[in-house]
Design a protein around this ligand. Structure first.
Ligand SMILES: NC(=O)C1=CN([C@@H]2O[C@H](COP(=O)(O)OP(=O)(O)OC[C@H]3O[C@@H](n4cnc5c(N)ncnc54)[C@H](OP(=O)(O)O)[C@@H]3O)[C@@H](O)[C@H]2O)C=CC1
Ligand SMILES: CCCCCCCCCCCCCCCC(=O)[C@@H](N)CO
Length: 313
């Protein structure tokens, strides 16, 4: 409390940082003078990312590294953490940013078993297993570090198309709320970030499969550049903010779904809550009407895809 956290000279570990939000956050931490380790799967993208980090370094003594691991399993997350800690003599990182994730927006009845499983893996398990491995190491070594989760506006509300995705972002919030409480036992601080849309490579990918009605609803959310989103995230962590959000809509949904987590200034929270009491139902009436109006077009779409002949299989 009071004093700001400074990344300079600290070891920051970011998952999912070969592109998008994670890479932008990594670059900002490099510019702040931190030692930065990143993990993702694709080696080619990691090589490019590491070059960008090297170009951003502010001191020759900064340790910058990139490792390829699939962290959607407990063993993968453990192996990644061990690799990341090796240049630091096995010492736990000072701050961990859990940015790995991707989105596969699909209609629930059209999604395959693998679609759900893969979203559980890339969204929830990447966060859970890394947080678990890191926390155990921090507790053993008495490192009073930081663990930063990345949820989404869709961790506070949801709508058509996000059945494989939003529940995982809600789950991350449940985990972060629990650990914020529990890790006071060790002096480890927990943060959670709720970004709205960001123009990242992942966003472009998800838009290739995103249902038209989902796209239409999302038009009301102006996506931002990931650099901007990363700046909001890092500022929140530096300030010691538990629940971090950078845009109006997210702040409204957060204020109306606060649960037991800390909310910062009570007057600000109250103002957003009042806006939400009226704004959210009005928004929902409009969206629900759009969804119902879309039903005939959706039925035609399912028919054209042969959904009915295959009995949904
Ligand atoms: N973009 C947006 O509009 C929004 C995004 N978010 C969330 O923010 C986070 C970052 O999103 P964004 O930057 O758009 O995502 P991107 O898809 O652009 O980048 C995701 C990163 O995660 C890595 N990754 C994915 N799965 C794994 C895995 N199993 N093991 C290791 N690394 C993995 C990817 O690399 P590789 O595939 O090579 O492993 C990549 O580096 C995600 O959690 C996302 O859900 C939240 C709200 C909005
Ligand atoms: C008063 C209330 C007004 C409300 C207007 C709300 C508009 C809808 C907001 C939807 C935003 C979704 C962003 C998250 C995207 C995401 O996480 C995925 N795309 C993953 O990458």
């Amino acid at each position: 409390m009071g004093q700001k956290w400074t990344p300079k000279g600290k070891h920051c570990y970011l998952t999912g940082a070969s592109q998008g939000l994670g890479l932008c956050a990594a670059l900002q931490l490099v510019k702040d003078g931190a030692n930065v380790s990143i993990v993702a799967r694709d080696q080619g993208k990691l090589d490019v990312a590491l070059k960008k980090m090297e170009a951003a370094r502010v001191s020759p003594s900064q340790k910058l590294a990139a490792y390829s691991h699939d962290i959607s399993t407990a063993a993968g997350a453990q192996a990644a953490l061990e690799a990341v800690c090796t240049p630091f003599a096995g010492q736990a990182p000072d701050a961990v940013f859990l940015c790995a994730g991707n989105a596969r927006p699909l209609y629930f009845v059209e999604a395959k078993e693998e679609d759900f499983k893969s979203q559980i893996g890339t969204l929830y398990f990447t966060a859970l297993w890394s947080a678990w491995a890191v926390a155990k190491l921090m507790v053993c070594q008495k490192v009073k570090g930081k663990i930063v989760f990345v949820s989404s506006t869709l961790g506070l509300m949801s709508f058509v198309g996000y059945a494989p995705y939003a529940p995982m972002k809600f789950a991350i919030r449940g985990l972060a709320d629990t650990l914020r409480s529990e890790f006071q036992l060790y002096g480890i601080s927990v943060h959670i970030y709720f970004p709205a849309g960001m123009f990242t490579p992942g966003y472009e990918e998800e838009n290739k499969v995103k249902p038209a009605i989902t796209k239409k609803i999302e038009e009301q959310d102006k996506a931002c550049q990931p650099e901007e989103a990363a700046a909001v995230l890092i500022k929140g962590v530096k300030n010691g903010t538990y629940s971090i959000a950078g845009d109006f809509n997210t702040m409204v949904f957060r204020a109306t779904t606060q649960s037991s987590s800390p909310f910062g200034n009570i007057f600000v929270k109250f103002a957003f809550e009042v806006i939400g009491w009226f704004g959210v139902p009005i928004w929902r009436w409009g969206v629900d009407a759009d969804v119902r109006k879309y039903a005939p077009e959706h039925e035609a779409y399912l028919k054209q895809k042969g959904f009915f002949e295959n009995e949904g299989k």
